[in-house]
Every structure is written in C-alpha cells, then in structure tokens.
Design a protein around this ligand. Structure first.
Ligand SMILES: Cc1ncc(C[n+]2csc(CCOP(=O)(O)OP(=O)(O)O)c2C)c(N)n1
Length: 471
C-alpha cells in the first residue's frame, strides 16, 4: 500500500507540506484549517472501516495540535497516520524559523515512526507500518540550499572579536525578546551603524533602515559584510534569505539559539549587552553607510492607490489606536504588513516562538487579563476561525480586529498551490452574534465601540500593492 492508495487524507494548509500534495490521490483529499479538527476527523473515519487515514500537516505547532487524536488512536488501536512536513536536518535544534523536533512530539503516541527525505516518500510501503504511525518528511526547498559556506567563528568573545575584525560592515538586526528592546535599539542607532529593529522589538520606528524593502535591496547589493542578530529568531524574510545566501552571522540570543543553520551565538539578553563594555568597544571598529531611506513616499502612494488592501486597513487602524495601548499581532501577513506601515513606538506582542496560527486569540485574551491597558488583537480570518471557542469570553479591555481577506493569503504571496488558500466568502457577523458579542463590519469609527470589528479587504488590491512594492 502506497501513499496514493490512502482512502482519505486530511490536508492541513501550510507552506512546508505544500510539496507533499502531489503524493496523494487528488480525489481522496480534503483541505483543513485546524489540525486538531483534521486529526479527529481522520480518527472518526477509521472507526467503521479500519483502513489507514492520514492527516498531513506543516511544521511546528501544527504537529502538536494532532497529539490528542493520536493519543486516542494509540489507546483505541486505530490506524491514524500522521504525515508531517519538516525542514532539513541541518536546521534542527537551532530554533530556525518554525523548526521543532517532530520526532520527540509523538514519542509514546505512535507505534511506527519513519523519517524520510521527500524523494523517498513514494517508496514507502504503508503495510509495513504499525498504526498509529508518524511519517516525518524532511523537505529541502530550493531557496534554502546554501550557495556556499560562510566563514565560521567560535561562539565566544574571542570569536566575536575575530568576527568583527574580519567583517567590519555588519547589519545589526534586532528581533524581539519577551520585553521591549527599546533602550538597546536606541543605543545601537546612536552608533551610526545600519540597524533594523523588527516590530516586536518595540522600537521598530527608531530603525536606521526604515523598512524591509530597503534592507533587502542593501543585502542583495552586498552592502553588509555580515549580520549581528540580537534577540530571538527574526521575522524578516532577510533572515530566511541568509540560508540561501549565507554571510557570516553572529547572534546574541538569550536562549542560546543560532536561529539559522550556521553561525555563532552567545547567550546574552539585550539588558546584558547594554552593560557589556566589550560589545560596545568592538562595535566601534565597524563602519557602514546606512542605506538611504528611499521608500516612504512609495508606501504612501500605494496606500492611497489601494485603499481596500490589507496594508491600507492596517495603516488606518495603526493611526486610530491610542499610544499607550498594547497591540497583539497575529501571524502570517498581519505582523508583516503592520511592520510595513508602522509609524509609532508602542508595545507589541505576538507568538513568534514557532509562529503557530493556533491559540492566537486565546493568547491575546490572557495578555489582556494581565493588564488594565486596552489590548488590540489583530488577526487574519483563518487564524480567528482556528480559535473560535475563545470568543465566549472576551474581556472588556480586548478589542478583536479581524482582517478578513477571504482566506490564508500568505499562500498566494508565496505562489503555492491555490487550494491552500481555503478561499471563502464568509463573514464573522453570525459568529459574533452567536457569542453575543457587539460587532461592526467595515466601520473603523466603531473600533472603540464594539468588541469585534471585521474589516473585509480586497485580496486583488493587496496582491497588486505587494507586486508594485516588491518591484
Ligand atoms: C497551527 C498552525 N497550522 C498551520 C500553520 C501554517 N499557516 C501559516 S499562515 C496560515 C494561514 C493564515 O491565514 P489567515 O489567518 O487568514 O492570514 P493571512 O494569511 O490571510 O494573512 C497557515 C495555515 C501555522 N502557522 N500554524
């Protein structure tokens, strides 16, 4: 029995598992948002006809969402098959974006485990497995294969000294920690070196490089000899690009992770770095021309030209939210677009440990329960659907803003199989009503009057904006 013989596959939408699609019989596939739901559906299907039924997921929390169904299958002796898309081995154990140990996750919950390269997948004979089973597929994307090996340095202060000595024009990339990195970013910017601080650092608008586009242009032009990263695993695609186009990287990450498949790291937090004279003395040996800021006018033009794009809606929200509010940003496009249009300094939060879209509303509710400030939680439509039952208890200081672009548009921007978008025409009005929540749609003036504000955007405008922005 081969994968294409499976009676049914619940395919949970994700980028890493996109390449697995072609291995299944298209007539036996259904597409799902929520891995917990998908895996229980698979379990249910095995009850009457005990033939293996699969659930296929992307990496990260998408896998852990299947554990309850797997546990049930284990003790009920049902033929559930979990197939997970993973990153290549060289990225494991380093907190590379959305990379976790899938094998450990299902230990004790499966009776067979296989780890295979994508090219080996079609040779697997499923009848050799004992169920429930887990097949983890290591998927190498073309744009992640390093073109060459950069110089490497010891993860020590001596290594850092040598790194600076050999790479005198670094980019300083500040991502995030569990608290604001403002003081560090302010001090870094005063050195005159090129600094890009991401939105969750709490100091994005201080960056000497104003946006990701300028950063990408400068990187591709070869302006930077190297990257000094400070904080947890970054969000920017520049970071992911460094897998394919490696340049030396030295990280200061309080968790002690490399965040890429190569480089050096010292386990220092931003507070510790602030006080470390050695660090600042070494930076004095660097020089760099901060790339000029070429794009604010372009952003303003595009925001006017595409008023129903996700970016234009987020930009309007950004202007309305009070300065002392907390903003919780959902994963995928929301956090990226907010960073693109952000002009303010404030407290931002998100779940960027492994970038799951699960539990986002619940996390924002918990955050709101621990503060008296107003928390504005901005989520995509699929992300909101994932966490619907959290709607039964929205605290008074939480405002949920749903950017409904009618599907998971991240997959459209990545030019993946269009089925992954899970395009729909629904709105959240009936859902808000069912949970007895005050609700408004497409009315920004209602933002502070209702608990749920839905903004329906035009995906064509968003894509046209992106196309012009990226050329
Ligand atoms: C638990 C989990 N499952 C799957 C994914 C893969 N994933 C990343 S973004 C995304 C779609 C998000 O859609 P939406 O919330 O509508 O945001 P948009 O892409 O439109 O910005 C999915 C399924 C994930 N990150 N986490």
């Amino acid at each position: 029995m081969r994968l294409s013989d499976l009676k049914h596959v619940y395919f949970c939408t994700g980028a890493r598992n996109n390449d697995l699609l072609e291995h299944f019989n298209p007539e036996k596939l259904s597409f799902e948002i929520d891995e917990r739901v998908a895996s229980f559906k698979a379990l249910g299907r095995t009850k009457l006809h005990p033939s293996p039924i699969a659930v296929c997921t992307t990496s990260g929390t998408a896998v852990s969402e299947c554990l309850s169904a797997l546990l049930e299958a284990f003790y009920s002796d049902l033929p559930l098959l979990l197939i997970t898309g993973d990153r290549p081995k060289r990225m494991h154990g380093k907190a590379c974006p959305q990379t976790v140990d899938h094998e450990i996750l299902t230990r004790g919950l499966r009776k067979s485990y296989l780890e295979v390269e994508l090219s080996e997948l079609s040779d697997i004979d499923l009848s050799s497995l004992i169920f429930p089973a887990h097949i983890n597929v290591l998927i190498e994307k073309k744009n992640e294969i390093p073109k060459f090996q950069p110089n490497s340095y010891e993860s020590s202060w001596t290594g850092f000294e040598q790194f600076i000595h050999e790479n005198k024009s670094p980019l300083i990339l500040v991502s995030h920690e569990n608290k604001s990195m403002f003081p560090l970013v302010e001090k870094l910017c005063s050195t005159g070196l090129p600094v890009y601080a991401e939105i969750l650092s709490g100091a994005h608008s201080l960056s000497t490089i104003k946006n990701e586009k300028d950063l990408l242009i400068a990187l591709k032009r070869g302006d930077f000899s190297s990257v000094i990263r400070i904080g947890h695993t970054p969000l920017t695609k520049v970071w992911r690009l460094l897998e394919e186009r490696p340049i030396p990287q030295f990280s200061f990450d309080e968790r002690g992770f490399l965040g890429l498949s190569y480089g050096s790291v010292l386990p220092f937090s931003s507070d510790e770095l602030m006080k470390n004279d050695n660090f600042w003395a070494m930076l004095k040996n660097c020089f760099s021309l901060a790339p000029s800021d070429t794009t604010p006018a372009l952003i303003q033009n595009l925001l006017k030209k595409y008023p129903y794009s996700d970016m234009a809606m987020i930009s309007q929200i950004e202007k309305i939210i009070g300065d002392d509010a907390i903003v919780y940003l959902g994963n995928s496009l929301i956090i990226r677009f907010y960073e693109l249009v952000n002009t303010r300094l404030r407290s931002f939060y998100g779940n960027r440990g492994v970038n799951g879209i699960d539990g986002q509303l619940s996390t924002a509710i918990g955050l709101a329960a621990s503060t008296e400030k107003t928390v504005y939680c901005i989520l995509g439509d699929l992300t909101t659907l994932y966490d619907l039952s959290a709607l039964r208890d929205i605290p008074d200081n939480l405002k949920l803003i749903i950017i409904n672009n009618k599907g998971g548009r991240i997959f459209q921007t990545l030019h993946l199989n269009t089925k992954l978008i899970l395009e729909h025409d629904g709105d959240f009005g009936p859902i808000a009503k069912a949970f007895n929540l005050s609700y408004a749609v497409d009315d920004l003036a209602s933002l502070n009057k209702v608990k749920v504000l839905e903004l329906i955007t035009d995906p064509d405008q968003t894509m046209a904006f992106l196309k012009e922005w990226e050329t």
